[in-house]
Design a protein around this ligand. Structure first.
Ligand code: IVH
Length: 683
């Protein structure tokens, strides 16, 4: 008996204590919202701290009262070994972007042609931070995921909880919490917090961060969330990615709801109807840019009508209903220390200006591409010259022009080397390009191929970055791509930057990728002209690597979007004896590219659908997913090829066209019946 008494759990907390904890959580969350989102605190910092400490004390004595939405969880959790990769609720696409007004006009024209009603646009500043997906279930933050490759990202929930402007629980005073909500936002560091933070790093003799964005991105990927908590991050929410248990028809409605749920949102959001209004907004934002305490790099223009967005759809990279109208890049002047040559994975020699480091819009730049020998000649840049450089977002900085210095004696004009700096093979000229023809023996090309093979959209091998690839080639541990699969952890442990754990992780990571999706494998081979989209289309069409390998040019061209130029490039690559052997070697190591899942064969498969008007029982995006899941396609315009036109409430001109073409027109009930026939229940 005595033993049992000793082991018995502490008595359950009293109901009064549980109530006190709940009230404290709610009060603290409210005051945190008032302070960080609305900037109008109602209590002093000391009073807040007193309430906070009381809640901490309760949770210490009765840990079962600790909940995920407790403000005490914002201080950070125990460090982790690694982040889990998590699939996004909805793919996080990128944005099509341009600095040109003409591109904006083309975008607007395209939308005007495709849509039944003239577009209305929601304008927002383009925030220059790190994008994040926040998922709420039953109103409570359950997950936060980095953008990653757009499909999957890293689960960084503990870190995101430390950001005071992220609601741990949605506010429900004005609007009930939906059952499930996924929100996209941008984690940012304010410029002032960034400067303070960098100052501290410099004082401690550590390398400062290049920009607030890099620092914010670094902070959300800290394994120890207590460090994240110290970086003074903010998070702006701007997009509802998914909502269950509520419906929005416009982005403006969704944006208002985000505010009511307690999110911090970008200011200066406007609804406009014309390109002129967008251009004026852009000019105002650019003029005010330097007065803001956070970095923006343009304006995001989004179609407000959410059903119309679904109609327009997306490419694999960006939605067709939005674009970023960016600011002109910031320019600075510096000096070229010398022009070096870099050799890429395709053997192209690129002249690179090594610069006296200079800050351009908060980022330190020390190299800039000069593209090719003709470009160097045209700009007449030589060692030691003064130059104007520019940086546009993530794009590699460029030398814009040389600045004349009449009184200074200049170096000799630049000449491309006669031999490859990496392998000494005599180089060849191909138009403006200079190429090292030593495809399989040049270490610089092999290094580039390794990095590409392991990159996110290819085999996605964690830990195979530039430096590791360079080491593997330099130490001759890898002489061709296939050698990657033979690596053993004990060959890596002693390399600089490696320890037992990282060596084992890399080797395991590589081995696991022997079962790789066909589209990733194809992309990873680095076939000229084959980007992510073409690789995916080839995989969907041919369904096996052997089928692609033996496809004639004609067969390749039967794939939508592949023309003679591409098919020739693909055949040439696959037929080159060196490539064929290198690929055989990879396959002999047990690499098995897996075909994409076959779409369900149903009455809908291969059928083209067009939607017009609003649906009652399901959103347009859900309808689209159901059709696509059953092998059908949703297209935006009506033609003789359309199989079904689904007309909801208040259909537009597509309906009239469908009548004129005598197409199959379904009302909502008819559409649901068709789905039901295909075994799809809309619950
Ligand atoms: S809307 C499907 N709105 O810009 C894309 N994005 O360059 C919908 N970004 O990765 C995004 N501010 O993270 C949107 N006000 C804003 C934004 C914004 C910044 C980011 C976004 C994206 C990047 C694309």
């Amino acid at each position: 008996m005595a033993d049992l008494a000793d082991e018995a759990a502490a008595p359950p907390p009293s109901a009064a204590l549980a109530t006190e904890a709940r009230e404290l959580r709610s009060a603290l969350n409210r005051h945190s919202y008032l302070y960080y989102v609305e900037a109008r605190p109602e209590i002093s910092d000391a009073e807040y701290d007193r309430l906070f400490r009381r809640l901490q004390e309760i949770e210490r004595t009765a840990p079962e009262l600790r909940t995920p939405d407790s403000p005490t969880q914002r201080v950070g959790a125990e460090p982790q070994d690694a982040f889990r990769t998590v699939a996004h609720v909805v793919p996080m696409l990128s944005l099509d972007s341009s600095q040109e007004e003409s591109a904006l006009r083309r975008f607007d024209e395209r939308l005007r042609k495709a849509l039944e009603h003239p577009p209305r646009y929601l304008l927002e500043p383009k925030l220059d931070g790190a994008s994040i997906e926040l998922v709420y279930e039953g109103g409570v933050l359950v997950r936060a995921v980095t953008r990653g490759n757009g499909q999957r990202g890293e689960g960084v929930t503990d870190n995101i909880r430390t950001i005071p402007s992220v609601p741990l629980r949605l506010r429900t005073a004005e609007r009930p919490a939906p059952d499930r909500l996924a929100v996209r936002g941008e984690v940012m560091m304010t410029v002032s917090a960034f400067e303070r933070f960098n100052q501290r790093l410099v004082e401690r003799d550590q390398e400062p961060y290049a920009s607030p964005r890099n620092s914010a991105a670094g902070a959300i990927r800290q394994l120890d969330s207590r460090l994240t908590a110290q970086r003074e991050l903010v998070c702006f929410a701007y997009d509802v990615l998914l909502v269950e248990g509520a419906r929005f028809h416009t982005d403006a409605e969704a944006f208002a709801a985000l505010g009511e749920w307690g999110f911090l949102r970008p200011d200066r959001v406007e609804l406009v109807d014309t390109v002129e209004d967008i251009v004026a907004y852009h000019a105002r934002a650019r003029a005010d840019r330097d007065d803001l305490d956070y970095e923006i790099d343009g304006v995001v223009v989004k179609l407000d009508d959410l059903d119309a967005r679904v109609d327009l759809g997306s490419t694999s990279h960006h939605p067709r209903w939005a674009m970023a109208f960016k600011f002109e890049p910031r320019k600075e002047i510096t000096r070229v220390e010398r022009i070096a040559i870099s050799v890429g994975r395709t053997g192209i020699l690129t002249p690179v200006a090594l610069l006296l480091p200079v800050q351009v819009g908060g980022v330190t730049i020390s190299r800039a591409s000069l593209h090719n020998r003709e470009e160097v000649a045209r700009k007449d840049v030589r060692d030691g010259d003064r130059v104007r450089i520019q940086r546009a977002g993530d794009v590699i900085p460029q030398v814009v022009e040389r600045i004349a210095e009449p009184d200074r004696e200049r170096a000799e004009p630049f000449r491309m080397p006669d031999t490859c700096p990496a392998c000494d093979t005599p180089v060849e000229e191909d138009g403006p390009r200079t190429v090292c023809p030593n495809r399989f023996g040049c270490p610089a090309q092999l290094k580039g191929r390794l990095v590409h093979f392991g990159s996110r959209n290819a085999l996605d091998i964690e830990g195979l970055g530039e430096e590791t690839a360079a080491l593997l080639v330099e130490r001759e541990l890898v002489r061709e791509l296939a050698d990657l699969f033979d690596l053993e952890a004990d060959q890596l442990v002693d390399l600089p930057g490696f320890a037992e754990k990282s060596a084992t992780n890399l080797v395991d990571g590589i081995r696991r990728r022997r079962a790789v999706e066909l589209r990733r494998f194809l992309f990873g081979l680095g076939i000229p002209e084959v980007g992510v989209t073409v690789a995916r289309d080839l995989a969907l069409h041919f369904r096996s690597f052997e089928a692609i390998r033996s496809a004639s040019m004609e067969a390749l061209e039967s794939v939508d979007g592949i023309g003679p130029k591409m098919s020739l490039a693909i055949r040439r690559f696959l037929d080159a004896p060196g490539n064929a052997v290198a690929i055989d070697h990879i396959l002999q190591r047990g690499v098995e590219p897996t075909p994409p899942a076959a779409p369900l064969d149903s009455a809908l498969s291969g059928r083209r659908f067009v939607f017009t008007g609003g649906l009652e029982s399901l959103s347009r995006s859900r309808a689209r997913k159901l059709v696509e899941g059953a092998g059908g396609r949703v297209v935006s315009s009506v033609s003789a090829e359309t199989d079904f036109v689904v007309a909801g409430a208040e259909p537009g001109s597509k309906y009239d066209k469908a009548v004129a073409l005598e197409l199959n027109i379904l009302d909502e009930a008819g559409f649901l019946a068709l789905l039901a026939d295909a075994g799809i229940e809309v619950g």
